[in-house]
Design a protein around this ligand. Structure first.
Ligand code: HEC
Length: 104
């Protein structure tokens, strides 16, 4: 009995770890309005990594979530891996500047 319980905990924990922060944030805050269909439509607004990041940032601030740059990156990463498949230039620190200046 104890072993079964332990196994349940381990499995639950693994699932949580697998989901990742980007997915959890998206499911919690963004999924109410749209799911996969928004990211798979033919006339996407997000046409590369930079514009995808800008869209995530746009919706994050539209909905007043106050995410950190890390959290925005995680959600953009999650959407990119799951739906868009754009190549991400450089690392996180390099991505921020062009997008920030585009939004200003
Ligand atoms: C109030 C409803 C609403 C919420 C909440 C919302 N979105 Fe959206 N989202 C939309 C609508 C509507 C569009 C389409 C806008 C357009 O076509 O101009 C959109 C478009 C997008 C797109 C562009 C899709 C594409 O490639 O064309 C992305 C990316 C996106 N949302 C991400 C997010 C993220 C991330 C969140 C959570 C922080 C979020 N959205 C929360 C309504 C919402």
């Amino acid at each position: 009995m104890k072993k079964t319980l332990l196994l349940c905990f381990l499995l639950a924990f693994q699932t949580m770890a697998y989901a990742g922060r980007g997915e959890l944030l998206y499911e919690t805050h963004c999924h109410a309005c749209h799911g996969p269909e928004m990211h798979q439509r033919s006339h996407r607004i997000a046409t590369d990594w930079g514009s995808l990041l800008a869209q995530v940032q746009r919706w994050e601030s539209n909905t007043g979530l106050n995410w950190s740059q890390d959290e925005i990156n995680d959600v953009a990463n999650y959407l990119n891996e799951r739906y868009y498949g754009y190549s991400e230039p450089g690392h996180h620190s390099e991505q921020n500047d062009p997008v920030r200046s585009r939004l200003q």
